[in-house]
Design a protein around this ligand. Structure first.
Ligand code: SAM
Ligand code: SF4
Length: 319
């Protein structure tokens, strides 16, 4: 990918910490956290974002984590990034548990929209999957985000074999009621809970077939070639719901990928599945010469991965 490749998306992880412990993302005891001294300040991260925007045609920035809203100062970070010339949109992926108290401030800081992760609306299954989370907080966060105008709001839902027949209908009902788009994501195997992930993975195609057998009509919609989600309009119980399908395992969209990531250590990552990272913030901090040439050669090596398996966790890289 080069400067001439056109507009690109940058996902920035502002922390590897989280207040939840989703079974597919983190072991119950949490992941080894970065020593505080190794975590770049949000000012350093914002400068690295500006550096990348100037060189790689980045026009959309997504703030993620870990859970971005557990780190203090994120609204100020959002304001800094929103002010970078060339950034057309700044959005956030969040578990939603802290949105109720922050949505208005985030909107004022320049955040355009949010994706809220919600895999089930059932309080018991939510508590089990997240190991202690309260679904009511997420639902309140969604309402606050809609109220603050952080739209179009999208729900991100990871599909699970054991519960999709209950969860998907309830999530479609919620999406219809709130007038939001929903994206169904195939479970990816990461470094955590591998056996559980293998047992729980279900193909998006199987879920679509099941929905059709339940009376849903699923009409594909046209999309950008490098969009990770394939969009569709679902007629569901007399209402229309926009649904995206992210099938990273059964349908690889890697050939068209235009994403870069900055992880919680300030390292540039060309792919979620690629363990080789480029220590951008560290090199910029030390004032190294030729950072641009070294970064360009790292980014030029971006290629589709051999396998869709992540060695560490999404929370440490920035999902
Ligand atoms: N904490 C925030 C959240 O949950 O939205 C942002 C970070 S989280 C790592 C970003 C997204 O990655 C979430 O939507 C989560 O469901 C997804 N994710 C994490 N691990 C995953 C896995 N093993 N397979 C599929 N999606 C995963
Ligand atoms: Fe936390 Fe998001 Fe990972 Fe769940 S998916 S443990 S909310 S970082």
């Amino acid at each position: 990918m080069t400067r001439d490749a056109g507009a690109a998306t940058l996902r920035v992880s502002v922390t590897d910490r989280c207040n939840l412990r989703c079974a597919y993302c983190m072991p119950e005891e949490g992941v080894p956290l970065l020593p505080r001294g190794e975590i770049p300040s949000l000012t350093e991260l914002a400068s690295a974002v500006a550096w990348l925007v100037a060189r790689y045609g980045v026009d959309r920035v997504k703030v993620t984590g870990g859970e971005p809203l557990v780190r203090g100062g994120v609204p100020e970070f959002v304001a800094k990034v929103a002010a970078i010339p060339g950034v057309n949109e700044i959005s956030m992926t969040t578990n939603g548990t802290r949105l109720a108290g922050t949505a208005a401030e985030l909107a004022k800081s320049g955040l355009a929209r949010v994706n809220v992760s919600l895999d089930t609306v059932d309080p018991v299954r939510f508590r089990e999957l997240t190991r202690g989370g309260r679904v009511e907080e997420v639902l309140a966060g969604i309402d606050a985000a809609l109220e603050a105008g952080l739209t179009p709001l999208k729900l991100n839902s990871v599909l699970r074999r054991s519960s999709f027949r209950d969860d998907v209908p309830a999530l479609l009902d919620l999406a219809a009621e709130k007038g939001v788009e929903i994206r169904f994501i195939e479970l990816m195997q990461t470094g955590t809970e591998a056996a559980w992930a293998i047992a729980e993975r279900v193909n998006g195609a199987d879920v679509r077939d099941w929905l059709t057998s339940e009376g849903a009509e699923i009409a594909p919609l046209p999309d950008r070639p490098n969009a990770p989600a394939r969009r569709s309009a679902i007629s569901w119980r007399g209402r229309k719901v926009l649904a995206g399908w992210i099938d990273p395992v059964s349908h690889s969209f890697c050939d068209d990928c235009d994403r870069l990531r900055l992880d919680a250590r300030g390292r540039l990552r060309r792919c979620l599945m690629d363990d080789l990272a480029f220590p951008l913030v560290d090199l910029l901090r030390r004032g190294e010469a030729d950072v641009a040439a070294a970064a360009a050669s790292y980014v030029a090596g971006k290629q589709p991965p051999a396998a869709m398996t992540i060695g560490s966790t999404m929370a440490s890289i920035g999902g």
